[in-house]
Design a protein around this ligand. Structure first.
Ligand SMILES: Cc1cc2nc3c(=O)[nH]c(=O)nc-3n(C[C@H](O)[C@H](O)[C@H](O)COP(=O)(O)OP(=O)(O)OC[C@H]3O[C@@H](n4cnc5c(N)ncnc54)[C@H](O)[C@@H]3O)c2cc1C
Length: 426
């Protein structure tokens, strides 16, 4: 986006060029993309080229403990899909595009810290310092620049590590390249305190992620050997045993990742640099919005740059003012969604509330859109609005379903009346 505006852009990246060395990077293999991510790709004019990399997922396929399955659609309208995309393929495409626009890419250049002398780098040619002048810092959740700040300094960063971790496993494709389970869904095996999820890949395989407490009776720490891993899967996920070959080998070969939320009081240091994406606001992955919100940051930043304000400080300030409340909101919703995915979906009232939400959305779409749909399918509804309205909607749904077991027991005219009373039109 910046190169398209005529800026001379240099990208410095710690790792080597992933188009040449595409080994695993310790992050998720695929990602769920939704409205804000797609909007950013359209905004920059490359969605058509990304589209063929996307695998549409219509809903959550629940795999219950007894082996039954239940497809819960994410939305109710035909276009309401989310998409699975390969992180690597998307990265390759974006890097190629940037390069074609004249962006100069410097791989194996690692930022070390920010101090009075500027931004300190290390590279295979040695260490060097660059003046901190209009720099976009996007070095991810473990941002070195952010870590250069103490808790008392203006950026005031904090990191909340979740007491749950994750591990990725693979369900390979069938010998003929076909999918072993439905490719049109995001699969979830919800088990209360923990869960397993699976996203399809274009090549017929699925990437599974086990999310579970790090310590405790049922935890990553408690699975110390082959027998313990196999017994764990036999007990909680017996229907996956035929799908995942060498389960214990995969389990011990693949790293266990930590999850957390990064918050900062400010994202910029005068006009010197701005933190963006995970460096500013990393979140737990349960609403699948980390990348989507980072892409949204780019669109918002570019639209502010286009206003030609008086200087970078003003651009950074306006960006922070516009996006920080949205980052706070999506971080909170991402934490909520972990409970919903692993536990909430098993609640007997969950399906009823969902049915009622869809009914209200059909009756009064100007006033009521389910929170999940606002976040995932509506590019123009900011996260802060989805969060605020979602809290009011939650209260309304709780009230209306308190004494009802099916939708026919709910007075829908009354429901419509209270929605109109408590929520302004969108
Ligand atoms: C398990 C898991 C599943 C996820 N699933 C989803 C999903 O389904 N949908 C979604 O939207 N989001 C998802 N996310 C979140 C998403 O991965 C991140 O929000 C997104 O990658 C953030 O992009 P970023 O560019 O800010 O940071 P990153 O993707 O972390 O990129 C940072 C870049 O900076 C480089 N770098 C790091 N340190 C330095 C340094 N010192 N010097 C120079 N360069 C450096 C890195 O090599 C990297 O290239 C998931 C995250 C995890 C962990």
């Amino acid at each position: 986006m910046m190169a398209k505006r005529g800026f001379d852009v240099v990208v410095r990246e710690k790792r080597s060029d992933p188009r040449i060395n595409s080994g695993p990077d310790g992050r998720s293999i695929n990602l769920a993309m939704s409205a804000k991510g797609i909007n950013a790709l359209r905004y920059v004019g490359i969605f058509d080229e990304v589209e063929h990399l996307l695998m549409p997922m219509k809903g959550r396929m629940l795999h219950l403990q007894g082996g039954q399955t239940d497809l819960q659609p994410y939305g109710q309208f035909d276009h309401e899909f989310i998409y699975s995309v390969s992180r690597l393929k998307l990265n390759h495409l974006l890097i190629d595009k940037a390069e074609k626009l004249g962006v100069r890419l410097k791989f194996c250049h690692s930022v070390e810290k920010f101090d009075d002398s500027g931004i300190n780098f290390n590279s295979d040619r040695g260490a060097y310092v660059l003046p901190a002048e209009s720099v976009i810092i996007a070095d991810g959740a473990g941002s070195r620049v952010r870590k250069s700040y103490g808790h008392h300094q203006p950026i005031m960063p904090s990191e909340d590590i979740l007491p749950h971790s994750y591990k990725e496993l693979t369900i390979p494709a069938n010998d003929d390249g076909g999918f072993k389970i439905s490719k049109r869904a995001l699969h979830i095996w919800p088990r209360g305190q923990f869960m397993l999820i699976a996203l399809p890949n274009l090549d017929g395989d699925f990437t599974l992620t086990l999310f579970m407490p790090t310590k405790g009776n049922v935890s990553f720490d408690a699975l110390r050997n082959k027998i313990e891993v196999e017994e764990f899967f036999e007990k909680f996920f017996p229907d996956t045993l035929d799908l995942i070959p060498n389960i214990s080998e995969q389990f011990f070969q693949n790293p266990t990742g930590i999850l957390g939320t990064v918050r900062c009081n400010h994202w910029h240091h005068n006009d010197q640099f701005i933190l963006m994406g995970d460096a500013a606001h990393a979140m737990v992955p349960f609403h699948a919005q980390g990348m989507n919100s980072a892409f949204d940051d780019c669109v918002v930043f570019d639209s502010i740059v286009s206003k030609k304000l008086s200087g970078w400080k003003e651009v950074f300030q306006e960006f922070e003012k516009k996006q920080k409340k949205n980052a706070d909101a999506i971080q909170a919703m991402a934490l909520d969604n972990y409970i919903e995915m692993r536990d909430g979906v098993l609640d007997s009232k969950f399906a009823l509330k969902k049915e009622l939400s869809f009914e209200l959305e059909r009756r009064i779409p100007s006033h009521f859109i389910p929170r999940y749909s606002m976040v995932m399918f509506h590019k123009n509804i900011p996260y802060s609005v989805s969060y605020k309205r979602g809290e009011i909607q939650k209260e309304i749904l709780n009230e209306l379903t308190e004494k009802a077991n099916k939708i026919s027991e709910i007075d829908l005219d009354y429901a419509e009346k209270i929605v109109r009373k408590r929520l302004d039109p969108l």
